[in-house]
Design a protein around this ligand. Structure first.
Ligand SMILES: *Cc1c(COP(=O)(O)O)cnc(C)c1O
Length: 374
C-alpha cells in the first residue's frame, strides 16, 4: 500500500546525517530539532497557527479535548465512518460520542445532519478530513458558532490539504477549527519513522494549555497545576519530519498524479465510482478509495492479491456497530451511508513512489476483474 523504503532512499543522506547528529549529541528528548520542526510546520500551515508536538495522533485528539475542558457526560459529535481513534479518545475521557452519517460522495461528515443530534449536552464537533479531503468546514463552523460548540479537526489524513471558504479565503486543514489533532504515523502524508503527532491551534492561550497538558500539566519543572499526560515527539522523529516537511508539497503532487492516473483509467467503468473531488477542498489523497458498484469485493481483493497488488478496506465496520463504541444503543440501519460504504469501499496502493509501470499494472488488473465479473 505504501513504499517507504524507496521514499527513504531519495532523502537518505540528509536523514542519516540528521539522525546521527542527534545520536552524537544524545539530545533525544526536546532537542533543538523539536523546536525547529514545530516552527517550520507553523510557517507551513500559516494563519498564525501554533503547533504543539506530541507522541501520536490519538494523543493529539485526546489532549485537544482535555485542553478544551470537556467534562465526562459532555456529548461530542463525530462521523460514524472513520478510524476508531476519533471515537476512542471521546469514550476514554468519559465523553459521549454522538455519531452522524457521512456524505456518500465525500465520505466526510454530512453537515446537514449535525443539527438534529445537538442537545444541551453537546460541547464539540470532531470533523474528520477522511482520506485527505477536507470536510465541509464552512457550514460546520457556522453550526458550531450558532450552538457555541468547539470544533476539533481530525487532520491525521489530510495534512497539507486546503479548504476554500465561500468568501474566497483559503486555510490549511488544521487551522480552521478551534484545535486540531494530527498524526505522523509512518504511512501518513507527513510520516516519521516511528510514532508522532501534534496539536494545532490558532488560539495562543489554548496552545499554552495544550503544551502544559502534554507535559504532565507542569507550569514549571515539578510544579503541576493540572492533571496532564506524558506525550512527547522525540528529537529523532522531529529531525526526520523537518526534512520530510520540505518535501510535503512535492509528495502531495506525486499522490495527486497517481490519483489522476487511476481516475482516468476507471472513469468509464460503471462498476467503479472514483473518489469525488469537492470544489471546496483540494485532495491530498492519503487514500485512493473506490466505491464498488455491483462488484464482489472479496473476489476482487483475492484476485488483486493473487497478482501481488495489495488492497485494503478502510473501514469495514462503521463506529456505531463497533462493540466498544456502541454506547447509545445504536443499531444497524441507523447510518445507512456509513454502513453501505463499509461494505463497498476498497482502497488501492497510494503513496509517493508509484510509477507509471506500477499504475498501469494495477489499473489493468482492476479493470480485468470488473470485465470478467460482468
Ligand atoms: C491515523 C489516524 C489517527 C491516529 O493517529 P496515530 O498517530 O496512529 O495515533 C486518528 N485519526 C485518524 C483519522 C487517523 O487516520
Amino acid at each position: 500500500m505504501v513504499d517507504l523504503v524507496t521514499q527513504y532512499h531519495r532523502i537518505k543522506e540528509e536523514v542519516d546525517r540528521a539522525v546521527l547528529d542527534i545520536m552524537n549529541q544524545a539530545s533525544f528528548i526536546n532537542g533543538p530539532s523539536v523546536k525547529q520542526f514545530k516552527s517550520n510546520l507553523e510557517k507551513y500551515l500559516g494563519n498564525n497557527a501554533k503547533v504543539i508536538p506530541c507522541a501520536n495522533g490519538t494523543d493529539a485528539l485526546q489532549i485537544a479535548m482535555m485542553g478544551l475542558g470537556l467534562k465526562p457526560g459532555d456529548e461530542v459529535i463525530t462521523p460514524a465512518f472513520t478510524y476508531a481513534a476519533t471515537a476512542e479518545v471521546i469514550a476514554l475521557l468519559g465523553l459521549v460520542p454522538k455519531f452522524v452519517d457521512v456524505d456518500e460522495q465525500t465520505f466526510n461528515i454530512d453537515y446537514t445532519q449535525i443539527e438534529s443530534v445537538i442537545t444541551p449536552k453537546t460541547k464539540a464537533i470532531v470533523p474528520v478530513h477522511l482520506f485527505g479531503q477536507c470536510a465541509h468546514m464552512d457550514p460546520i463552523m457556522d453550526i458550531a458558532q450558532k450552538y457555541n460548540l468547539h470544533v476539533i479537526e481530525d487532520v491525521a489524513q489530510a495534512l497539507g490539504a486546503e479548504y476554500y471558504f465561500s468568501d474566497g479565503s483559503c486555510k490549511k486543514a488544521g487551522t480552521i477549527g478551534h484545535v486540531a489533532g494530527t498524526s505522523f504515523f509512518p504511512s501518513k502524508n507527513l510520516g516519521c519513522y516511528g510514532d508522532g503527532g501534534a496539536m494545532i491551534t490558532t488560539d495562543d492561550a489554548l496552545a499554552e494549555k495544550l503544551a502544559m497538558i502534554a507535559n504532565h500539566g507542569q507550569t514549571s519543572l515539578y510544579y503541576h497545576d493540572i492533571v496532564g499526560v506524558n506525550s512527547r515527539l522525540d528529537s529523532i522523529q522531529a529531525a526526520i519530519l523537518d526534512i520530510k516537511l520540505r518535501h510535503l508539497d512535492e509528495y502531495v503532487i506525486r499522490r495527486r498524479n497517481a490519483a489522476d492516473f487511476y481516475d482516468k483509467a476507471f472513469e468509464d467503468c460503471e462498476q467503479l465510482i472514483i473518489p469525488y473531488r469537492a470544489p471546496y477542498s483540494n485532495h491530498v489523497f492519503h487514500q485512493y478509495t473506490l466505491t464498488l458498484n455491483g462488484v464482489d469485493r472479496e473476489g476482487m481483493k483475492e484476485y488483486l492479491n493473487s497478482k501481488e497488488i495489495p488492497v485494503k478496506v478502510y473501514y469495514p465496520v462503521p463506529l456505531h456497530l463497533q462493540k466498544a463504541y456502541n454506547l447509545n444503543g445504536y443499531k444497524r440501519g441507523d447510518f445507512p451511508v456509513s454502513e453501505r460504504l463499509a461494505e463497498t469501499v476498497i482502497s488501492l496502493p497510494m503513496h509517493t513512489e508509484l510509477d507509471e509501470t506500477q499504475l498501469e499494472y494495477i489499473t489493468e488488473h482492476v479493470i480485468n476483474y470488473c470485465n470478467q465479473s460482468n
